[in-house]
Design a protein around this ligand. Structure first.
Ligand SMILES: [Zn+2]
Length: 365
């Protein structure tokens, strides 16, 4: 790869990126280079980490959070003890009750934490908690929605991930909004797996944090082929040891990251949609034509980072990954903007996720 000279060009959304000129020069070569396992990404593709952190800091007080009367774990414990006392005189608690209690308490917490998500709406989703727990003991939950009107197993699979950065609250709330819309005709022809909060420890920290409880940015911790070569170096030299972007001691060091990788391996999605904030843009990695615009969000490729999900799934695994960067981490887009984004997204899916052959063994379903 030709040498790339750092420049300084403000991005279209006002994000300072020292590598922006490099990114645009490198882009055609990146498209034409061979792809697949073991193919590294030239270091000149990596933009210097943008600096939305200051925007995030400026956005307090957060308009989605309300007072937390207890921590999640306290809440779970109180609820469990209370319900156990109620049940004790009549019957013993079945073994499964503990698991549903965990999800119920998690929903109660979320209902208190996010103004746009009610505990009742969360309970109604019947989320399933994985056996894996976060370092703080929080559950990682999913919901599968089968395709309507057919056996379902042949329908394309879409994996939706919110809240991989715990302080991007709108990325969780928007995913809950989509859960309400997945039954609509255009969406019901696909199978969906929804992970509303990939980093519950970060969400439940006070204040919420981008990183998990071990201080690791999960979106820099995926086991990409370039991780060992580039991740630490990039963190030290390019982010100047930004604690919000610490990639971890080793690739896949975090339970949440390994679990997300397992979700991708098990579900074998035809498309991954990962929701973030607050860059106000679309990003894309993968083998099909890129989306240009969803509602007010326009394509503005941020580059490929060592250990990111776009790098892991889009470049390494060749699964299309759309990254939606909402305009604000704590304030939801207007209903109209959400609707426009949703409709454009489904239109793109309809045109691009149909005959795509994803390599590898048959999916477990
Ligand atoms: Zn993010």
């Amino acid at each position: 790869m030709a040498a790339c000279m750092p420049g300084r060009t403000p991005g279209p959304v006002g994000i300072a990126e020292q590598q922006q000129p490099c990114r645009y020069r490198a882009h055609p070569a990146r498209r034409s280079r061979p792809r697949g396992p073991g193919v590294g990404v030239p270091s000149c593709h990596y933009p210097v980490a943008p600096r939305p952190d200051r925007r995030l800091a400026a956005e307090v007080p957060c308009d989605l959070c309300i007072v937390e009367p207890t921590t999640y774990r306290q809440h779970a414990m109180i609820r469990f003890i209370f319900l156990s006392l109620l049940a004790m005189p009549v019957f013993s608690v079945p073994a499964q009750a503990g698991e549903s209690e965990v999800v119920d308490a998690w929903c109660d917490y979320l209902g208190n934490r996010l103004r746009s998500v009610s505990a009742d709406a969360c309970h109604a989703q019947n989320f399933v908690a994985a056996e894996v727990r976060t370092p703080q003991g929080n559950p990682l939950v999913t919901r599968d929605i089968p395709a309507a009107g057919q056996a379902g197993t042949e329908a394309k699979r879409i994996l939706v991930i919110g809240g991989i950065h715990g302080d991007e609250l709108t990325s969780i709330s928007v995913v809950f909004r989509w859960l309400d819309w997945l039954g609509q005709a255009d969406a019901a022809t696909y199978q969906w797996r929804v992970i509303p909060v990939a980093n519950p420890d970060g969400l439940m920290a006070k204040p919420s944090t981008r990183v998990n409880a071990n201080g690791v940015d999960l979106n820099r911790n995926f086991q990409t082929p370039d991780w060992d070569r580039d991740a630490q170096d990039y963190w030290v030299k390019r982010t100047r040891r930004d604690p919000r972007r610490y990639p971890g001691k080793s690739a896949g060091s975090e339970a949440e990251t390994r679990w997300l990788q397992d979700q991708i391996a098990d579900y074998r999605p035809d498309l991954i949609i990962s929701v973030h904030a607050p860059y106000n843009l679309l990003d894309y990695d993968g083998p099909v034509p890129e989306p240009m615009r969803f509602g007010r969000l326009s394509l503005n490729r941020l580059g490929v980072y060592p250990g990111s999900m776009g790098n892991y799934a889009g470049v390494f695994k060749q699964i299309p990954v759309i990254t939606i960067e909402l305009p604000n981490a704590t304030s939801m887009p207007s209903q109209r903007d959400q609707q426009a984004m949703w409709e454009d997204m489904l239109k793109w899916v309809r045109h691009n996720i149909k005959d795509l052959a994803v390599p590898g063994p048959t999916a477990k379903r």
